[in-house]
Design a protein around this ligand. Structure first.
Ligand code: ZN
Length: 463
């Protein structure tokens, strides 16, 4: 068998790994690289020659850095089955449609504003119609059911990362011997709201491809999140202010909403307006509501047959007009809006309204990258620029850690422990180099066989 690493090598986006067993080629994930514009375009347009005669794609989950390049392959003629859970198919449809619209708008903008006479027209990486063709290739499979791709037994298991997320197991016979592989996709934390915990692996695998996003970090305890969130809401209610929560649209928004819903239900806060202001956040909230079969026991016990997000005080703002109306609510209220970095998205309009008000609070739910408005606020900068105006930061800024959708160092090691054995070969992907090295060291201490950090296009043979 042969593995070729085609993305998420020493970085956290562009997940894609090609597995070849005999004549069969399976691509595990096909993610978009999200970095500097020029580098991203080159990587994202690239269709490696090695994909020729591809048999199938197995998709771990619907985040853009795992599924965002699928339409590029479909556009290039690779109309092969894409296996995933039904929830992942729904998440990916929303995420890809949004990406297709952005690609089209970007190309139009560049052609209108930056193209010089005589220069070729900028084409979008893909369009919404490419996304529709891609969605037709989805073949949905429930967790735990073994399906066959040319003699290779494949199964998806709950990864506990976002709705529908899976880790992938493959089993086959090569030269008369049974072989097995584990691909973690993105692994979630234990005890997160709404979705189930990662389903434990039962046995040793010969080969492992593991993510390492937080291979060197330890998250805050998950049971500290609820009291911190509650305190933030109660504080703004007392001050009659607005609580702005910059958030990812997929996963994080629904998690924060779940806590808000719980606080209202348990009478810990009086009912106040809770807005979700992000078109994709609203769609993802609908998708989550439609897939109740993925809810964990805690959520079932708490809400029974009630709509999870159907409370009259939860207001989903999809249109820009609905978004503008939120500005007239002076509080107390909660506004969950994208993006988490505060570099773009509707959250900027709410920050403009709230930064200079002492009654209001901006609550970050995780660290944002360096050199973003979100990070400047987290670092305590007292004067920031939004669009073309400077704002004095008078409102309170807080950060809650631990709401990550990724397992931390110890959680990754615990999950992988049944396969920590000298016979296991492991490749560490989907992480910055320091995180990868830290995880390699920890797994080696725990008895794992060879741990390798592959670079892009590295090919390995194992038999
Ligand atoms: Zn992910």
């Amino acid at each position: 068998m042969r593995i070729q690493f085609l993305g998420a090598c020493r970085t956290v986006t562009g997940s894609s790994h090609l597995i070849q067993i005999g004549e069969k080629k399976i691509l595990l994930d096909c993610g978009l690289y999200q970095g500097r514009r020029d580098q991203s375009r080159a990587f994202n347009e690239w269709v490696p020659d090695s994909l020729k005669d591809l048999s199938a794609i197995v998709l771990s989950h619907g985040h853009l850095d795992h599924c965002g390049k699928l339409p590029v392959l479909v556009r290039a003629g690779y109309e092969v089955p894409i296996y995933c859970t039904d929830a992942t198919a729904d998440v990916a449809r929303v995420v890809l449609a949004d990406a297709g619209e952005i690609q089209q708008e970007d190309a139009e903008y560049l052609n209108r504003r930056q193209r010089r006479p005589g220069e070729p027209e900028v084409k979008p990486l893909y369009t919404v119609s490419d996304v529709h063709r891609t969605a037709q290739q989805f073949r949905t499979v429930p967790y735990g059911r073994i399906f066959e791709i040319g003699g290779i037994n494949v199964a998806l298991h709950d990864a506990g990362h976002i709705l529908g997320s899976a880790y992938v197991t493959l089993e086959w016979v090569e030269s008369g011997e049974k072989r097995s592989m584990l691909f973690t996709g993105d692994l979630g934390r234990f005890n997160t709201p709404i979705i189930n915990d990662p389903s434990p692996i039962q046995s040793r695998f010969d080969l492992v491809i593991t993510e390492s996003t937080y291979g060197g970090r330890t998250h805050g305890a998950i049971d500290q999140i609820e009291p911190q969130l509650l305190d933030a809401v109660q504080t703004v209610v007392t001050r009659q202010g607005r609580l702005i929560i910059p958030s990812f649209a997929v996963g994080r928004t629904q998690t924060v909403l779940w806590y808000m819903r719980k606080f209202i239900r348990e009478g810990k806060i009086r009912p106040i307006n809770i807005y979700v202001d992000s078109p994709m956040g609203v769609e993802m909230t609908d998708v989550t509501e439609r897939h109740r079969e993925y809810f964990d026991q805690q959520t079932r016990d708490l809400f029974g047959q009630e709509d999870l997000f159907g409370h009259r005080r939860i207001i989903l703002a999809k249109s820009s007009q609905q978004s503008r109306q939120i500005n007239s609510d002076r509080g107390p209220c909660v506004i969950i809006a994208s993006s988490p970095t505060c570099e773009f998205g509707r959250v900027l309009h709410h920050l403009k309204q709230s930064l200079e008000r002492p009654t209001d609070m901006v609550l970050f739910v995780g660290w944002t990258p360096y050199d973003t408005l979100g990070r400047r606020l987290q670092d305590g900068q007292k004067r920031v620029k939004i669009f073309d105006r400077f704002y004095e930061v008078v409102c309170e800024i807080r950060t809650i850690h631990g709401l990550s959708a990724h397992a931390d160092r110890q959680e990754l090691a615990t999950f992988l422990s049944p396969t920590c054995s000298p016979e296991t070969e492991t490749w560490i992907v989907h992480g910055e180099t320091d995180q990868q090295q830290a995880l390699a060291q920890l797994l080696t201490q725990k008895g794992m066989g060879r741990c390798t950090i592959p670079s892009l296009e590295t090919e390995v043979y194992s038999c």
